[in-house]
Every structure is written in structure tokens, then in C-alpha cells.
Design a protein around this ligand. Structure first.
Ligand SMILES: Nc1ncnc2c1ncn2[C@@H]1O[C@H](COP(=O)(O)OP(=O)(O)OP(=O)(O)O)[C@@H](O)[C@H]1O
Ligand SMILES: Nc1ccn([C@@H]2O[C@H](COP(=O)(O)O)[C@@H](O)[C@H]2O)c(=O)n1
Length: 228
């Protein structure tokens, strides 16, 4: 840019559960002064609304019929991610085991994905300095023209150990099974499944610390910016 200001940069970070997408994305966005969007939180929020309103999660047509009703508002500050549904702060309730066990069924419904994808694109376009968007289909479907696409991976054992450390007291074996079940559902749905974009850079985080992953992604973003 002529005035020396950095051009907005769009970074898509995808990958299976527990690979470090949220931790990495928040840290990268904070370090580079970018906005941050947690798209999993949006699918969790719409799932919370369905559960709260007594919608049958096993009935895709019932979910589709009301997919347009909840008003979901996502904050984009990486140091204080916020999410509301119809004005209610749901940042705590969307992390319950109940919502986690139901979110893949709700996110598989095409009408839900169309609604949330539109919301995600409008947030990305509005981010003046650029944004880090994390999820499952950001590089493939939501923002196929992103400046940089990252696909994070880690072994199921590493991911389960990280998660059960987070949810103190929950055993690693059942955590591993739950992660793999959610990955299988997210990868096999018809509409916009979890997948690595052809032009994404894969980063295996199994033997890397969070700081090392963040440093790696920051370097890749800076290289992209320099080449723009
Ligand atoms: N490289 C790493 N090394 C060790 N622990 C990590 C690493 N990256 C993330 N973690 C930890 O692993 C846990 C899961 O990370 P995080 O929530 O960022 O993953 P995620 O991919 O966003 O998961 P999900 O898709 O299920 O929301 C957190 O406790 C986080 O602190
Ligand atoms: N782009 C995305 C992001 C998430 N999902 C669905 O939401 C679930 C929760 O995601 P977390 O990252 O918060 O664990 C996830 O299991 C998917 O079902 C999605 O479909 N697309």
C-alpha cells in the first residue's frame, strides 16, 4: 500500500477437534492485530438454541425449518471472544457436554450451514485489518480465496491428552473416542465436510508446543503479507 499501512489479510485455520485451532488462531490474531472468528462457537450457539427450544435434534427437517430464527452475534476480539443468541451471552452454555454431543447433527443440516456461512462471510468482509477465521470448512467453502490456509493436525492420542488435561478428571480413553466420533461425523456429512483445502499448508502439532505452532503460523502470515 502507498501509505505503508498493511493490507487486510484473511487467514483460514481448519482441522479436526483438539488440534489447537482456537488457541493458535486467538494468539496469531492478537500478535498481528487482526480480528478473530470462532466458527465452531457459532454452530454450538445454534445447537444451544435448538436444544433450549425443544427442537428434535434427530430430525433434520425440524432443524432446517427453524434455522433462520436465532439471531447469533459473534465478537471478533481475540482477547475477549464473545457470542450471544437473541441477546443472551451463551459463551458458557455452548461448552457443555450436551451441546458438544449434539453439535455435529445440527451442523450437518444444509440450511444451518447456509445461514452460518453467510454470517461468517459478512464478518470476514467487515474486518478492516484482516481476520483469522477457524473452523472445519473455512479454506474449502467459506473463504476459498483466503490469503493463507492452514490445516492443523495432531494424533488422536495427543489431542485426547490435551482435552482431558483441560477437562480435569475426564479419562483419556473416553475423550479420544468422543473426539474421533465427532471428527467422523464432521468429515462424512454431505454439505461442506471437514476437509483440507488443496492449497492449505498442513502443520502437524503433535510434537510442537503451542508457542511453536503460533510462531510457525505468524511467520507464514508475514511471508504472505510481504508477497502481496
Ligand atoms: N501445540 C499444543 N501443545 C499442547 N497443547 C495444546 C497445543 N495446542 C493447543 N493445546 C491445548 O489443547 C487444547 C485444545 O486446543 P484448542 O481448543 O485450541 O483446539 P481446537 O482445535 O480449537 O479444538 P475444537 O475444535 O475441539 O474446539 C487446549 O487445552 C489447548 O490449550
Ligand atoms: N467451520 C465449522 C466449524 C465447526 N463446525 C461444527 O461445530 C462443531 C464444534 O466446533 P468446535 O471447533 O467448537 O469444537 C464441530 O464439531 C462441527 O460439527 C462446523 O461444522 N464447521
Amino acid at each position: 500500500m502507498e501509505n505503508g499501512a498493511a493490507q487486510p489479510v484473511i487467514v483460514a485455520i481448519d482441522g479436526p477437534s483438539g488440534t489447537g485451532k482456537s488457541s493458535t488462531s486467538k494468539a496469531v490474531a492478537a500478535q498481528l492485530g487482526l480480528s478473530y472468528l470462532d466458527t465452531g462457537a457459532q454452530y454450538r450457539a445454534i445447537t444451544w438454541w435448538m436444544v433450549t427450544n425443544g427442537i428434535d435434534i434427530d430430525d433434520p427437517s425440524a432443524i432446517a425449518a427453524v434455522a433462520g430464527k436465532p439471531e447469533i452475534v459473534s465478537g471478533t476480539d481475540p482477547s475477549a471472544p464473545a457470542i450471544t443468541v437473541d441477546g443472551v451471552d451463551v459463551s458458557g452454555p455452548i461448552r457443555t457436554h450436551d451441546v458438544t454431543s449434539k453439535v455435529s447433527a445440527v451442523s450437518a443440516v444444509a440450511e444451518v450451514r447456509a445461514r452460518i456461512t453467510e454470517l461468517q462471510r459478512s464478518i470476514a468482509v467487515g474486518a478492516a485489518r484482516g481476520i483469522v477465521v477457524e473452523g472445519r470448512d473455512i479454506g474449502t467453502t467459506v473463504l476459498p480465496d483466503a490469503d493463507l490456509k492452514i490445516f492443523l493436525t495432531a494424533t488422536p492420542e495427543a489431542r485426547a491428552a490435551r482435552r482431558s488435561g483441560e477437562l480435569r478428571g475426564v479419562d483419556v480413553h473416553s475423550t479420544r473416542e468422543a473426539l474421533l466420533k465427532r471428527d467422523a461425523a464432521d468429515s462424512s456429512r454431505k454439505t461442506s465436510p471437514l476437509a483440507k483445502a488443496g492449497d492449505a499448508v498442513e502443520v502437524d502439532t503433535t510434537d510442537l508446543t503451542l508457542s511453536q505452532v503460533v510462531e510457525c503460523v505468524v511467520t507464514l502470515v508475514e511471508e504472505k503479507r510481504a508477497a502481496k
